[in-house]
Design a protein around this ligand. Structure first.
Ligand SMILES: Cc1ncc(COP(=O)(O)O)c(C=O)c1O
Length: 403
């Protein structure tokens, strides 16, 4: 092998990662990452090595993954446009479907215009980098998603973190921020590991007082909170507006991609200044067609949102009544804290033996000793599924000493 010395110097890093995974996933029953599940198209069940298990950690909040209309739309797009595209959006990569999707996203978000990126990750990294740089300040919640953190790091702006959902702490940070340059506050609408909601009215108020822009990441809010799944502004009865709205097309919307919605000028700027948009291939036709159809279904079938909200509350009540805390979750994401990474793996393994997939989230995705099962409820879950899952979570908790 070439560069032997360099490989030798890298070795401790590679060994540390691989040893950590090997310790956590010490036998096949403890395998939780990179496991290949085959989801049933019309239920919340999946197949794992011939066993039928109830999936309780999937992201398809609206239950549209596998929906025949969405699948048909993806196939129709492939029939017309083929499987790939002809480059980046600014050159030969744009197809009419992208423009239709962006118009639909703008309508959904209640904004003048929208821009669709290849992923939610790219949307965050690209947008933060295009809005702020040296001399500016970004203020982010401690639990903001990694793609926001990475966008901040790459931007060159001064980055300040405030305590989770703590508006007073944000205010102190804003007071201490440089008086010049742009101030940008970024929060998740719904925190992906905790299932709680950002205090939007208070955030808006403090941002206004300190002349800061407010950006929200709606990844786990789209299709989930608000009466019709409109996200955080709808959740707070449209009493306040954010300046920059970001969402993904990979969770409630069962496709790929991320989006930004905002003013005509904002989107005009991002089209040329957001590097992960400008320098990366356009979203594929199948993904674009699937996302467009899913957004249209969401508009026509708001009962999907209500169903998910009702079933999530049913599960929360069952768990809480039996002594299992779900922290401050009020959404479709329910965390069950196990403690150490090992304890979270033990719990997940016991859940699987009881017929339910609840996937562990461990450090560094969550703080030390707050490893957890991240449970997600979707519109595919029936009341009977939720009751079955609750029993399984409780049985496994008793077996592993969590209750
Ligand atoms: C809050 C949040 N933002 C952004 C992303 C990135 O989205 P995507 O998976 O579409 O790249 C995620 C993904 O998990 C997320 O949870």
């Amino acid at each position: 092998m070439n560069a032997t010395g360099a490989w030798d110097r890298l070795e401790p890093k590679l060994a540390a990662t691989n040893a950590r995974v090997a310790a956590l996933e010490s036998d096949p029953s403890r395998r939780n990452s990179f496991v290949a599940y085959t989801m049933e198209r019309d239920s919340a069940y999946c197949d794992l090595d011939g066993e039928r298990l109830l999936m309780m950690s999937g992201y398809s909040y609206l239950g549209l993954a596998g929906d025949e209309r969405v699948v048909a739309a993806a196939k129709a797009a492939v029939d017309v446009y083929g499987t790939g595209n002809h480059g980046v959006r600014a050159l030969a990569g744009t197809i009419p479907l992208h423009e239709e999707l962006e118009a639909e996203v703008a309508r959904f978000a209640g904004r003048e215009r929208a821009l669709v990126f290849g992923s939610g990750y790219a949307a965050n990294v690209g947008t933060v980098g295009a809005l702020v740089g040296q001399g500016d300040t970004v203020l982010i919640d401690k639990y903001d998603h990694a793609s926001i953190v990475d966008g901040c790091r790459l931007s060159g702006a001064t980055v300040t973190r405030f305590r989770h959902n703590d508006v007073d702490h944000l205010e102190r940070r804003l007071k201490a921020a440089a008086p010049t340059g742009v101030r940008l506050v970024i929060v998740d609408s719904v925190y992906s590991m905790d299932g709680d909601i950002a205090p939007l009215p208070e955030l808006r108020e403090v941002c206004d007082r300190y002349d800061a822009l407010l950006m929200v990441d709606e990844a786990h809010a789209l299709g989930v909170i608000g009466k019709t799944g409109g996200g955080i502004e709808e959740h707070f009865d449209h009493k306040v507006r954010v300046d920059v709205k970001l969402g993904t097309l990979s969770k409630a919307i069962p496709s790929m991609g991320g989006w930004i919605a905002g003013s005509h000028d904002l989107i005009g700027h991002l089209r040329y200044a957001a590097r992960p948009f400008l320098f990366s291939a356009a979203l594929g036709p199948a993904q674009t067609g699937a996302a467009l159809e899913s957004l249209r279904i969401l508009r026509r079938e708001p009962e999907r949102v209500t169903h998910t909200q009702t079933q999530a509350q049913r599960l929360r009540t069952r768990l809480n009544d039996a002594g299992i805390s779900t922290m401050d979750s009020t959404t479709a994401v329910l965390p069950v804290i196990a403690g150490s990474d090992d304890a979270a793996y033990d719990y997940a393994t016991a859940c699987r033996k009881a017929g339910v997939i609840g996937l562990p989230v461990v450090t560094p995705a969550v703080p030390n000793d707050l490893a957890r099962l991240r449970i997600a409820v979707t519109a595919r879950h029936t009341a009977a599924d939720i009751d079955f899952a609750a029993e399984a979570f409780l049985t496994a908790a008793a077996q592993t000493g969590l209750i």
